[in-house]
Design a protein around this ligand. Structure first.
Ligand SMILES: [Zn+2]
Length: 81
């Protein structure tokens, strides 16, 4: 799968909007290009693959970083919603 705008193959799962409902009932899920932020819809199987790659990447980041004694409050990542 390539981005139709910039040709990137890097995507992440996009947030759902109420207007996505009609797409969701046809099993198409919103994803967003990591490079140009273009939003598009992909089949469920593709979305699952993106989700898995995403969580695998997060786990790798956690492993590679040495655990610090200072833990940030969990609310810090949710700011701006
Ligand atoms: Zn793009």
């Amino acid at each position: 799968m390539h981005c139709t705008k910039c040709g990137s193959v890097k995507f992440r799962i996009s947030r759902m909007k109420p207007s996505d409902f009609m797409k969701l009932i046809t099993f198409r899920f919103p994803v967003r290009c990591r490079i140009c932020n273009r939003r598009r819809f992909v089949p469920l199987s593709t979305a699952i693959g993106i989700q898995k790659a995403d969580s695998a990447r997060h786990q790798e980041l956690r492993k590679s970083k040495p655990t610090s004694s200072a833990t940030l409050p969990t609310t810090a990542g949710n700011a701006g919603q």
